[in-house]
Write a protein that binds this ligand. Structure first.
Ligand SMILES: Cc1ncc(COP(=O)(O)O)c(C=O)c1O
Length: 378
């Protein structure tokens, strides 16, 4: 028997009568990490005043320091936010856009973040420019870099780049995209909602201006645990979506307190990192990537359809075209769940319907075989 798949399912509280192929959307938190979160909550409720006024500031910084080490970042350059959406709002909302400025997004930018860009641009009389990225991707990512470059101008103030796209599961040629954007003098926000835990990160070396990422998706942390990293020179003018006591007292002070809320998810991030270390962090990444690759190739062959791109632009998720001539994506997704108890996202793209499969430690080939067998009945 494999050491993963069935063998590790006892770590999760997921209902194993269903098939879970959608780790990417919300993650799934293992029991030891939930236990650490529960312990943090007990500490909070046992001595509320001491916890919030004395323990929490130190414990937040200690948790952020472990996360920063994992991300290849300086410790005080990383702050917690509740989710990647909040990280993106912090950055886009903090930039003093001028009339005529442009924010460059693409058709695959996460929709919530597109909305933030549109909202903030409209308030300032700035413009959102949207370029089309190719899908399926037929090369090593050069066509993506070319598509981005075509949308850059001397008016581009901010470029928003998803490190791994949500709708198309492409690991973007991020270094090349950042370099192209910086060549025009634009600021770069990387939305890495899916990246931590799927791909290796070295934020200092990556050289973006801002990077936000979720710990609750692939890193195994509880829901509501995410981070924002920013280059030192930008930190003084960055603000969280909620302004509180720390205003004007620096990046860490502003973000570490945004009003009373349950910080147990943040405090459980070290437990999530420790959980991953019991298997080996890079071993998890390469195992999941290999499984997504094998499963993707298997499904494309079973359905005689296409993959969303080359293996060189893939992580622990894969897009496979469905062999369905027509139909609405939400209906297909609902049928897979209601009739087959398979949770997998379905997107309408490039004139067809596509599934996005995820591969986490608890998955194994039988999960994808069930999906392969269920689809012809649709
Ligand atoms: C690229 C991207 N950005 C942002 C988000 C939003 O994440 P959250 O809901 O945790 O804010 C997602 C979620 O899937 C995503 O894929």
């Amino acid at each position: 028997m494999s050491e993963f798949g069935q063998a590790v399912r006892h770590f999760w509280t997921l209902d194993w009568s269903a098939t879970h192929l959608n780790h990417g959307s919300y993650g799934a938190t293992p029991k030891p990490v939930l236990a650490a979160q529960d312990q943090a909550r007990q500490d909070m409720e046992r001595a509320i005043g001491d916890f919030f006024s004395r323990q929490l500031p130190k414990r937040m910084r200690a948790a952020a320091a472990e996360l920063a080490d994992y991300l290849g970042a300086e410790r005080d350059d990383v702050v917690f936010v509740d989710n990647a959406t909040a990280g993106a709002q912090s950055v886009i909302g903090s930039i003093e856009l001028q009339p005529g400025d442009e924010i460059l997004i693409n058709d695959q930018t996460y929709n919530a973040v597109k909305n933030i860009a549109r909202h903030e641009a409209a308030r300032a009389g700035a413009r959102v420019v949207e370029v089309m990225f190719p899908f399926p991707v037929a090369d090593d990512g050069t066509s993506i870099v070319d598509a981005l470059t075509a949308g850059l101008s001397e008016r581009t103030r901010l470029v928003i780049l998803d490190h791994i796209t949500s709708a198309t599961a492409v690991v973007m040629p991020i270094e090349r995209l950042i370099a192209a954007s910086h060549a025009t003098g634009a600021l770069v926000l990387v939305d890495g909602a899916h990246a931590p835990g799927q791909v290796a990160l070295d934020l200092t070396a990556l050289g973006a201006d801002f990077y936000t990422g979720n710990c609750h998706k692939w890193l195994a942390a509880p829901k509501g645990a995410a981070f924002l990293w920013a280059r030192r020179e930008h930190q003084p003018w960055l603000h969280p979506p909620v302004i509180s006591h720390g205003l004007g007292r620096g990046f860490v002070a502003e973000f570490d307190w945004t009003g009373t809320h349950d910080p147990s998810g943040y405090l459980a991030v070290p437990a999530a990192l420790a959980f991953r270390q019991t298997f080996g962090d890079s071993r998890i990444k390469s195992r999941n990537r290999a499984l997504a690759e094998t499963a993707g190739a298997y499904l494309a062959q079973a359905w005689t359809t296409r993959l969303g791109g080359p293996a060189s632009l893939a992580g622990s998720m894969r897009m496979i075209e469905l062999p369905l001539a027509s139909g609405a994506a939400p209906d297909v997704r609902l049928k897979l769940w209601q009739d087959h108890r398979i949770d997998v996202p379905v997107n309408a793209l490039a004139g067809g319907l596509w599934v996005r499969i995820s591969a986490q430690l608890y998955n194994e080939m039988d999960d994808y075989r069930r999906l392969a067998a269920a689809v012809p009945s649709l």
